[in-house]
Design a binder for this molecule. Structure first.
Ligand code: NAD
Ligand code: UFG
Length: 323
């Protein structure tokens, strides 16, 4: 089975490529325009697995490049990670986000259709729930109003895929809604390495740990949470990657399938900082800062549907998180 992984040199894509290979899917084709990653990840995946993925440096909006990839390979399924993901940046540059994420996905789907490949696993996000007024998110709640253009692109792509399925019910489409991925492969060879100053908590903490940044700003300590700081459902990236393997394996009949990929637990910002200090034996300087606009106080996944239907659950959820 040949699988095209878009955005496959990125954080979640690279871990997913490794897990696919570990599960016997040896024919992995990666396409990435390298706007937020490096092609040396291909060497690292090979070092970890012994398998070299075929790599195309290409943009999903480039129809000619897609033609080349689909005509040179007999692709059975696509796992679609390619996209821009910085929430704050999306507020400042909405058109870039709609163009890259929405337009890029349209081009990709058109190419898939042209070459008769009708199986896609899409990287969605818990942000599509918007602000539903409860902390535990369950798939049946449906979509709300995401708090950023980034989130809107994810909701629009979900809607687009639903429309596509209604029009062409021979597609097999998985919408995987990730909660907060953190951690890295145990080899230490691949991990999260964002370009510029990180937006997300864990890479920010890591940069403080190595002295590249001075201190973490804890955005708000007056939420109605266990210690006043924001709570999230942090999921190990290897668990998340395995969710994609399960989606490929289990979802073999046409349909549109939606799953939360989270642990079902939430931890506060201060708990994460303390756990990082304890596990790595380092001091993380932090200061309490004002709330970040658009942030919710607390949310976490109800992961029971993925367990019931995909036989997937986060196995690292009770472990202490390292880097
Ligand atoms: P990442 O930035 O590490 O990976 C995305 C990859 O896509 C990068 O390698 C980038 O170079 C590539 N890319 C971007 N635009 C492209 C384009 N037009 N053509 C080809 N390649 C392109 O991000 P990630 O954390 O691995 O996220 C992967 C996916 O998961 C994204 O769609 C993201 O929105 C989604 N997601 C991430 C999180 C998270 O917290 N990391 C949460 C929910 C959903
Ligand atoms: N936080 C800080 N300081 C920082 C960064 C974050 O205190 O420097 C706090 C936030 O306020 C929040 C928690 O740490 O309480 C997690 O923040 P992240 O930025 O790491 O993650 P978010 O929950 O804001 O966003 C993530 C993904 C988005 C996705 C969203 C909903 O990055 O892509 O989850 O699924 F849309």
């Amino acid at each position: 089975m040949s699988i095209l992984v878009t955005g496959g040199t990125g954080y979640i894509g690279s871990h997913t490529a490794v897990e696919l290979i570990n599960n016997g899917y040896k024919d992995i084709i990666i396409m990435d325009n390298l706007c937020n990653s490096s092609d040396n990840v291909i060497d690292k995946i090979e070092k970890i697995t012994g398998i070299r993925c075929k790599f195309y440096e290409a943009d999903i909006r480039d129809e000619k490049a897609l033609d080349k990839i689909f005509s040179e390979n007999n692709i059975d399924a696509v796992i679609h990670f390619a996209g821009l993901k910085a929430v704050g940046e999306s507020v400042k540059k909405p058109l870039e986000y709609y163009d890259n994420n929405v337009n890029g996905t349209i081009k990709l789907l058109e190419a898939m259709k042209k070459y008769g490949c009708k199986k896609i696993v899409f990287s969605s996000s818990a942000t599509v729930y918007g602000d539903p007024g409860v902390s535990k998110y369950v798939e049946e709640m449906g979509r709300g109003n995401p708090s950023s253009p980034y989130g809107e692109t994810k909701a629009i792509i979900e809607e687009m895929l639903e429309s596509l399925y209604r029009a062409e019910p021979d597609w097999t489409i998985s919408l995987l809604r990730y909660f907060n991925p953190i951690g890295a492969h145990k080899s230490g060879l691949i991990g999260e390495d964002p370009k510029g100053i990180p937006n997300n908590l864990m890479p920010y903490i890591q940069k403080v740990a190595i002295g590249e940044l001075k201190e973490v700003s804890v955005y708000g300590d007056d939420y109605e949470t266990k210690d006043g700081t924001g709570e999230r459902d942090y999921i190990h990236v290897v668990d998340l990657a395995n969710g994609h393997v399960k989606a490929l394996e289990k979802l073999t009949t046409p349909g549109i399938y939606v799953y939360n990929l989270g642990t079902g637990n939430s931890y506060s910002v201060l708990e994460i900082i303390k756990a990082f200090e304890r596990v790595n034996n380092v001091k993380i300087n932090y200061k309490i800062a004002p709330r970040r606009p658009g942030d919710l106080s607390r949310f976490y996944a109800d992961p029971t549907k993925a367990k019931r239907e995909l036989n997937w659950e986060a196995t690292n959820r009770n472990r202490r998180y390292g880097t």
